[in-house]
Design a protein. Structure first.
Length: 278
């Protein structure tokens, strides 16, 4: 059975990003439970030496975590997203905003100095078209900053989902369901990003940032998993509700924390710094 491509599923993406609510839970979880907290937007932006007059386009700005960090480096910042709800919910004072598709950017050729495409390229249906558009709107010698995750990040959450399946289904029916609940295929990640980007840019450098989330109690893990509940519900046995699944997750996590002191989730994110020709 092929891995589900939830990262590009239109229904899934609309449910996830129509508003900021679900994304905000995940962002806040990383902020609260990171063992060694890192200001990730600052870490990304500090890979460039800023003059202070750059024109920045943030493609897939989401909940706006790069808005203020970018505007402290240059006043010329545009927030762009496919989700109108995300753009409308940006905190005041709102920056200039564009409701856009990464595959067809509504900007002139060679009009941008720095393009941000952070944790969004794995959602783009035609990745090659998007990267070609990025190169088109970037000025000669301009930069793309593209943060993404490892294909193997947060594997402990995969293990948790498989254990949930084991407790819900009879043993002779588990194999296909375990495959289904394993991590959805990540189309763009740290391990394949260089191959995707290198043909378009004069240079592509990769930087990794490992980390670990430490959860002393079950509830924040359950809240995080609940933001992608639609990944699980379609494969529940008939009559099983999300509330019943939550009770099982709570049992699994409570036992794990009692035995190990915490539930730890190892993650690996990173950044591609790409410079255009010229």
């Amino acid at each position: 059975m092929d891995k589900p491509d939830l990262y590009r599923d239109e229904t899934f993406l609309k449910q996830q990003y129509q508003t900021q609510d679900l994304l905000a839970i995940r962002v806040r979880t990383h902020q609260l439970y990171e063992a060694q907290p890192v200001d990730f937007p600052a870490w990304v932006l500090d890979h460039l030496s800023w003059r202070g007059d750059e024109q920045v386009l943030d493609v897939g700005c989401g909940s706006g975590v790069y808005v203020n960090p970018a505007r402290t480096r240059t006043p010329h910042y545009i927030a762009g997203d496919l989700s109108l709800g995300m753009l409308q919910a940006l905190a005041a004072p709102q920056p200039p905003r564009l409701n856009l598709d990464a595959q067809r950017l509504p900007l002139a050729t060679a009009s941008v100095d720095v393009l941000l495409a952070n944790h969004m390229l794995y959602h783009v249906p035609d990745l090659a078209a998007a990267v070609a558009e990025f190169v088109r709107v970037l000025r000669p010698g301009g930069y793309l900053l593209a943060a993404t995750n490892s294909a193997h990040t947060m594997a402990e959450l995969d293990d948790l989902s498989v254990e949930l399946v084991r407790r819900l289904w009879p043993a002779d029916e588990q194999t296909p369901l375990e495959r289904l609940l394993r991590r959805a295929h990540l189309p763009f990640h740290l391990e394949n990003g260089q191959a995707w980007l290198a043909p378009y840019f004069a240079s592509v450098l990769r930087y990794d940032l490992p980390g670990v989330l430490v959860f002393p109690e079950p509830q924040p893990v359950i809240d995080y998993v609940a933001t992608v509940a639609e990944r699980f519900v379609p494969v529940f046995p008939a009559g099983v509700t999300w509330e019943q699944a939550v009770a099982i997750l709570d049992d699994i996590l409570t036992a794990h924390i009692a035995a190990h002191g915490a539930f730890r989730v190892h993650k690996l994110a990173g950044l591609f710094v790409c410079r255009t020709h010229g």
